[in-house]
Design a protein around this ligand. Structure first.
Ligand SMILES: C[S@@+](CC[C@H](N)C(=O)[O-])C[C@H]1O[C@@H](n2cnc3c(N)ncnc32)[C@H](O)[C@@H]1O
Length: 305
């Protein structure tokens, strides 16, 4: 039976959440659930909130209880989390948990559970399994002290970009690092991350933000077009607000430099740049659109080598 993953994302960020899930767990996602043959550590995920080892599934709740009883699942000190992704099932969660507890061998411990089960209620099917990994979602606590500016990415979005392109131990360069959101998220998950930013004042804000988080010497004031070096991955959250022709020239130059530094890149733009990426010979492995107000961010995961 496959693992199932719970995805927690607002509607506008769902495509990005699916991309994160595809890269981290290698499976297929539909709405706010994903399935994969493998169970992976999602402690550092932005949107993938639970990884659950599937133990039973059935089209209705009574059928699910019969399947679980037939498996003689033993667990001492367990708790059950109910996740509802269907409007039609109105039985209260405590009642469902009590009925499930009756078919599990062992006793519950809601205060300090040693084992956590998950009941997922979907319109057409119910799933039951054991939680094996959960996201710790530390980024939410870090937002407050940081210096922000209007272009800064939300930390969660930045965390997802990191997860698309880098793993702990990788060397990563954010070539348009702004106030350092992506660099901070990357360092937080053990990626050896650096940033460059053309605007001295903004680069100073990035350096300040990273120092607050305990990281120094990670930000250079530099033009991404002139950057050289060797990295495992590049992030390029390209400047918005240019006319399309200026942007095309600038984007091409920044992305050409990026491609020489790393075999893969995540690129974020405020418009569709598929034609440009084609022209540069980059292959888009994944893409996602994230609309917010008047702005739609386009996210591309690229093989640049
Ligand atoms: C969309 S913002 C990046 C925001 C960033 N991800 C954050 O969360 O703070 C783009 C940034 O690229 C910078 N920039 C523009 N042209 C650049 C260049 N040639 N080299 C490096 N940075 C550049 C801008 O000053 C701006 O801060």
């Amino acid at each position: 039976m496959p693992y199932f993953y719970i995805i927690t994302a607002p509607d506008n960020e769902l495509e990005l959440a699916h991309a994160e899930f595809a890269v981290m767990a290698g499976g297929q996602a539909e709405g706010r659930v994903g399935w994969s043959e493998i169970g992976v550590d999602i402690t550092n995920a932005a949107y993938v909130s639970l990884c659950v080892r599937g133990l039973a599934r059935a089209p209705d709740f009574d059928g699910l209880c019969v399947v679980i009883a037939g498996k003689s699942i033993e667990a001492d000190g367990f708790a059950i989390r109910v996740i509802r992704q269907a409007s039609s099932y109105d039985k209260p969660s405590p009642e469902l948990c009590k009925e499930l507890a009756d078919v599990i061998v062992g006793s519950p411990n809601l205060d300090a559970p040693r084992i956590e089960f998950c009941l997922l209620i979907r319109e057409e099917e119910l799933w039951f399994g054991q939680v094996v990994s959960r996201s710790k979602r530390g980024w939410q606590r870090r937002l407050e002290p940081l210096q922000q500016y209007s272009w800064a990415l939300p930390s969660r979005f930045a965390r997802a970009l990191v997860n698309l392109v880098a793993a702990p131990g990788d060397r990563l360069l954010d070539v348009c690092c702004g106030v350092g959101t992506v660099v901070a998220e990357a360092l937080d998950v053990g990626v050896d991350a650096y940033g460059c930013e053309i605007n001295k004042k903004i680069a100073g804000m990035a350096a300040h933000n990273l120092a607050l988080l305990g990281y120094n010497g990670r930000i250079a004031v530099a033009d991404a077009r002139q950057m050289r070096g060797s990295f495992d991955a590049v992030v390029a959250d390209l400047p918005y607000g240019h006319t399309s022709t200026i942007a095309a020239g600038l984007y091409a130059e920044i992305l050409t430099a990026a491609g020489k530094m790393a075999p893969r890149a995540v690129v974020v733009t405020a418009g569709d740049v598929e034609e440009l990426l084609d022209r540069l010979g980059y292959r888009a492995m994944l893409q996602a659109q994230v609309p917010k107000g008047k702005l739609t961010r386009y996210v591309y995961l690229l093989a640049t080598g």
